[in-house]
Design a protein around this ligand. Structure first.
Ligand code: G1P
Length: 271
């Protein structure tokens, strides 16, 4: 059973500057709702019971958003505005499920995951990267179903333009399970176009085993001087751990760039 989800949020969001100079990108509204809420809703709808947000001192604003300040509680009670009070009820519900851990030096996704080592309880957990929104279908829910059947790690996959492989983690396939799922032979972080094993890219949804923490403890810096989760996953695959790539059915929206962020608002407003 997958009960816990972790969400790394300590990144600086430089691709969205200057918006992110004073604000956390995950709190930017997309069609009237913060981006992070879409991710939290995906978790809850997939049956997740505890959500671990990895933030930093610079991003305390995220903690504040879920703080549900007493001052506002009073005002909201007086206002009797149905929309606002139902939004606040949601925040109170989220707050009860959320735990915070800190990654004060953003040294990469692998390093962020390692910070949750002492609070991840079960053998497997879910990780979601908040820049990657997947709409119209709950990707985490579908991945949990596959995990329950096969009892192994699962990661989301999407075919990308060959020219852009150096922006993603890229899979090498071992064998197909069915139309939407395959066993992974290897995964490489941001390969260049000539050495990329395919154009199947890693998208930010992972079901990982607790064993990843051991690999991360010894993980050296990789591409761009960061500690990548992909490199630790690679080691587990080498040890014989099974990993499944899941070609998800929903629509992918990249909220980490200005162009993608603007497009996401437009796409979501159409639903
Ligand atoms: C991260 C992962 C990469 C993955 C991507 C999906 O990269 O390291 O493997 O393909 O997310 O969005 P980042 O976006 O942090 O550069």
């Amino acid at each position: 059973m997958i009960r816990q989800a972790i969400i790394p949020l300590a990144g600086l969001g430089t691709r969205l500057l200057p918006l992110t100079s004073v604000y956390a990108k995950e709190l930017l509204p997309i069609n009237g709702k913060i981006g992070l809420e879409y991710i939290i809703e995906e978790c809850i709808d997939a049956g997740i019971k505890e959500i671990i947000l990895i933030i930093s001192k610079k991003k305390e604003i995220i903690r504040k958003y879920f703080h549900n300040d007493k001052f506002y509680q009073k005002i909201i009670k007086k206002k009797k505005d149905l929309r606002i009070s139902s939004e606040y009820k949601k925040i109170i519900k989220y707050k009860k499920m959320i735990k915070f851990v800190y990654q004060n030096n953003p040294r990469g996704t692998g390093d962020a995951v390692l910070k949750t080592k002492n609070i991840v309880k079960d053998n497997f957990f879910l990780m979601l990267l908040p820049d990657d929104l997947i709409i119209k279908r709950n990707c985490s829910k579908d991945m949990i179903l596959i995990h329950n059947k096969k009892k192994c790690s699962v990661m989301a996959s999407m075919k990308v333009n060959k020219k852009t492989v150096n922006r993603w983690g890229i899979y090498s396939k071992k064998s197909d399970i069915n139309k939407n799922n395959f066993y992974i032979n290897d995964v490489v972080e941001k390969p260049d176009i000539n050495s990329a094993p395919s154009n199947n890219a890693v998208i930010g949804r992972y079901i990982l085993s607790k064993k990843i923490f051991k690999k991360l403890q010894n993980q050296k810096k990789g591409k761009g001087g960061e500690i990548h989760i992909t490199d630790a996953i690679r080691k587990l695959i080498n040890d014989g751990d099974k990993f499944i790539g899941h070609s998800f059915k929903g629509k992918y929206l990249d909220c980490g760039t200005m162009d993608g962020y603007i497009k996401s608002s437009m796409e979501i407003s159409k639903i």
